[in-house]
Design a protein around this ligand. Sequence first.
Ligand SMILES: Cc1cc2nc3c(=O)[nH]c(=O)nc-3n(C[C@H](O)[C@H](O)[C@H](O)COP(=O)(O)O)c2cc1C
Length: 412
Amino acid sequence: MGDRSGQAFNISDLREAARRNLPRGLYEFVARGSEDEVAVRRNRERFDAIAMRPRVLVDVAKRSQETSFFGQKSAMPLAVAPTGAAGLLWFDGEIAVAKAAARAGIPFTLSTASIISMERVAAEAGGRLWFQLYMLPERRMSHQLVARAKAAGYEGLVVTVDTPTTPNREYNRRNGFVLPMRLTRRNMVDVALHPGWFLNVFARYMMRSGIPMLENYPEELRVKLTAKPGEQRGLPKNDSLNWADLRELRKLWDGPLMVKGVLHPDDAAMAADCGADAVIVSNHGGRNLDCSMATIEALPAVVDRVAHRMDVMVDSGFERGSDVVKALALGARGVFVGRAPLWGVSAFGEPGASRALAILREEIDRVMAFAGCPDIASLDRSILHLSPGFGAGQQLAPQPPRLQPVPPVRAA
Ligand SMILES: Cc1cc2nc3c(=O)[nH]c(=O)nc-3n(C[C@H](O)[C@H](O)[C@H](O)COP(=O)(O)O)c2cc1C
């Protein structure tokens, strides 16, 4: 069948096409947030609460959204966010999305929790690759992952710091979509109703190498996605991660080091103190702490505190080019997109992931033209109309530092 991705006119069309393809448990795993999904809604509402005050009669005939990340050119101010499940949405989905990112001229971030190993993605995808690290309970194992990423040629390391415990996603438990996945009547019916997914994704993995696993995990922690309960643990968590760990990672990684999941300006400053090159203002797409603030609202205070020392990136809920332009105008250097390319790949494979990025590209271009901003450098806060309550409560009087000085780094 030919490429039908052009039938999607926006990210929401891709999401709808993905919804039809995927078993409901998988669709909900990607689409939904945690608990009452307040954070997902809040992310959206706060984008919509920002209006634009465009400039007119500016010659915008030649427009460019080219920018740079860590001194290297990027065709768009976007990067693909790490998402553990890409390989379950499409056969070799991580490679498909990484290829789409390479074709679009933007970086792709591979999750620690990917179905395809980091070595295979590096060998087959090409383009600019960053590796996302979830610290494992044993530091030694995490450091081995870092060494593997370095050896495989990953350029950047993204350390995720906003997941000290398992998020409360009740629908996943209801759907049996927990690790290891449980085979229940409900999810067997769900899969039976989506034979296309079963044949094109799951069965192909089974024929190639058996039940899909989280391939980056060290042997002793590997999770077969459908192991029997009790046979294997869920994803290992690390709630003792601290600033000393970040300093240690800084010693191990000489490329760009990004800290993902920061909302508080003090934390951004701490990350800079530890030698990080960037922070990613993120609430994990509204998937972790349901009462967390919207990232577009957290962004300006972080920018004001640290943008002179490090790059500030942002993610969570970006679905329109205008969302991206608003974040850049507030001072972000780049935006990570998670679900948008996932909807594309779930619906149409690699062309679908490319379509998602092309849609965002067109939308960013159009909004820049309307705003009277021919290039990224011309985007600033003057084109935004921020409502009086926007970011309220963030300009608090200076607080005494809550954090103790960072203890000395342990020997590796
Ligand atoms: C299905 C899914 C899996 C994710 N897995 C990871 C992960 O393994 N590591 C991580 O740091 N963030 C993960 N995230 C969060 C994304 O990196 C990113 O912060 C978020 O998706 C951005 O919001 P958006 O999806 O609305 O663009 C995941 C998000 C989704 C939707």
